[in-house]
Design a protein around this ligand. Sequence first.
Ligand SMILES: NC(=O)c1ccc[n+]([C@@H]2O[C@H](COP(=O)([O-])OP(=O)(O)OC[C@H]3O[C@@H](n4cnc5c(N)ncnc54)[C@H](O)[C@@H]3O)[C@@H](O)[C@H]2O)c1
Length: 211
Amino acid sequence: MFGADVACWDIKPEFQEDVVADIKGLGKKATASGVDVTSDESVKTAMEQVIKDFGKVNIMVTVAGSAGNRQPAETFDIDEWQKVMNINVRGTMLCAKYAGRRVHQTGRRRQAHHHRLGAWLHGPSGGYAAYGTSKGAVHLLTKQLATEWAKYRINCNAIAPSIFWTPLTQQIKNDPDMVKIFMARIPMGRAAELDDFIGAAVYCPRRRPTT
Ligand SMILES: NC(=O)c1ccc[n+]([C@@H]2O[C@H](COP(=O)([O-])OP(=O)(O)OC[C@H]3O[C@@H](n4cnc5c(N)ncnc54)[C@H](O)[C@@H]3O)[C@@H](O)[C@H]2O)c1
C-alpha cells in the first residue's frame, strides 16, 4: 500500500471487508464505513470521522460509480439518468469538496478521480447517455479542481482506464458484440488488470521543496 493508512467508504461497507483485512495484514490502519456519496451529510460526517480516526487527509481517491441501465437516448428514463449523474458527478464533487478542505492543510496532497475517458469522450454507441455524460463531467471537474487548487499545491488527476471486469462491466462482458467493440479500441487487446493501476494510483510527481 506504499505506506498509506486507508479509510474505505462504500454505500455497502461489507464490500470493503476484504480490502480492510488486506491493508491491516500489511500492518497499516484501515477502516470501513457506510457512506452514500450522493448525500452531503453522509460525506461530511464520514470526513469528520476520518479526521478523528487518522488526524489528517493526504490523498482522496474517488471510485464510487454506477453505469446505470443502458438505454437509447430518445427514450432514456430521466430518473435513471439523474441517479447515475448523482452518484458519478455529485458524489465525486462532494468527496472532492470535503477532502479538499482537509488535504490542503496537510503534507502530501493529491486527489485522483477514477473515470473512463477514452471511450466516453467519443460518445460510444450502446445506450450510454447517462454514464458517458457523467464521465465527461468528472473529466472537466478534475481539470477545474487541478486549476483551482494549484495554489494549495494539491495535485488532481483522473485515472481513466478503458475497461476492467467488475460488477459494473458485467453487462458488457456478457455481450460478445460489446466485448468486441471495446477490445477493438485497446491496443493491447485485453481488459485492464489490477497491476496496471498501481503506477497511476501512486503517481507522485517530484517537487522542489517549498521555500
Ligand atoms: N470497470 C471498468 O471497466 C471501469 C473503467 C473505467 C472507469 N471505471 C470507474 O471506476 C469506478 C469503479 O468501478 P468498478 O468497475 O470497480 O465498479 P463496481 O460496481 O465494482 O464498484 C462501484 C462501487 O461504488 C459503490 N457505490 C455505488 N453507489 C454508491 C453511493 N451512492 N455511495 C457510495 N458508494 C456507492 C458500489 O457499492 C460499488 O462498491 C467507477 O467510477 C467506474 O465508473 C470503471
